[in-house]
Design a protein around this ligand. Structure first.
Ligand code: ZN
Length: 327
């Protein structure tokens, strides 16, 4: 599948049995298969709740859901204008104060494990899965799986276990989600709060984009069984975390904007007409140069298929960090 050797070493688990495993995992989470030609294909997808700039990823049936996700062109224009303004403002401030932008960043991570009860089915995943998730993030963001090295590393500060059936599953955009985050969020804009649990609607995860003013909704929500060694077949090598944190660091999907315009705002990710699912090697949906970036962490392919950020994405994340999240 065009995967790099070092990637294959890390990613042998999820590649083998597809259809049966998919059905099992779909049944296990109670997702109703989508009534469309694509219903047999598991899919990542993102939804855009009305009240916050956030993003979500789903494991099955995305094509039949009211097409979700991603930001509208108007939302992207608004966010890009805001980023440009903040970058300019920061540059003026630095010219006076002499504070240099950061080149490397260690992100403190606070993990909240939301549980219904003390069983594994009730969300009680072991610490070892969380430690492996941090390791997957550090590999992905350092270029250790074959992509560009980014500025970012991740350091686990704390695992906070919370048993609260009214927050389980975590429902995107709900008042329970707001209550959970308001109660639990820790740290400043530079602190990554990860909320792990069962998620509503077959979602794999969702994230908030950075913005000027910190609010309590800031953070990343990830299906606990998508962590390395979890039960979410094809999505259990930790790259839901990698993908959602990409959004938290200001990346869009590689298919944002389709074939025309500024796309995802990154020049070295070839344009892509629509999300790619599974691992469609050789896919090429736009007349512009380059095959679809199906191996990019910001597409919707299987964990076993995605292994890289590009230098342009690394640069975009660092610019946004210094604009929005740096102390
Ligand atoms: Zn996404």
């Amino acid at each position: 599948m065009g995967l790099r050797p070092n990637l294959l070493t890390r990613r042998t688990a999820g590649v083998a049995s597809t259809t049966l495993a998919l059905l099992l995992s779909t049944a296990a989470v109670g997702v109703v298969p989508a009534a469309s030609a694509f219903s047999a294909a598991p899919a990542r997808s993102c939804v855009e709740p009305a009240d916050v700039h956030s993003d979500a990823r789903v494991k099955a049936g995305a094509h039949a859901k009211h097409e979700p996700n991603e930001l509208t062109a108007a939302q992207v224009r608004e966010r890009e204008a805001d980023l440009a303004a903040v970058v300019a403002e920061r540059a003026r401030f630095r010219a006076g104060a002499g504070a240099a932008p950061l080149a490397t960043v260690t992100i403190p991570v606070v993990v909240h494990v939301i549980q219904r009860d003390s069983t594994r089915a009730g969300g009680n995943i072991p610490d070892s899965m969380i430690n492996q998730q941090i390791s997957v993030l550090n590999q992905a963001y350092s270029g250790g799986t074959g992509g560009a090295a980014t500025a970012f590393g991740f350091q686990l500060q704390k695992i906070n276990r919370v048993t609260n059936p009214s927050w389980y599953p975590i429902i995107s955009g709900s008042s329970a989600e707001r209550s959970m985050k308001t109660s639990l969020r820790e740290g400043g804009k530079n602190t990554l709060n990860m909320y792990l649990g069962e998620l509503s609607d077959g979602l794999l995860g969702w994230a908030t984009f950075p913005k000027k003013q910190l609010d309590k909704m800031d953070g990343v929500v990830v299906l606990s069984e998508s962590l390395p060694g979890g039960t979410a077949t094809n999505y259990n090598q930790g790259d839901t975390g990698t993908h959602e944190i990409g959004h938290w660091l200001n990346l869009y999907h590689t298919f944002q904007g389709g074939c025309s315009g500024s796309g995802d705002g990154v020049s070295d990710t070839p344009a892509e007409a629509s999300p790619a699912y599974q691992c469609p090697t050789g896919r090429d949906t736009c007349a512009t140069a380059g095959l679809d970036p199906i191996t990019n962490f910001m597409d919707y392919t299987y964990d076993s298929c995605m292994y890289q950020f590009t230098p342009g994405q690394a640069s975009r994340m660092l610019t946004a960090w210094n604009a929005y999240r740096a102390a």
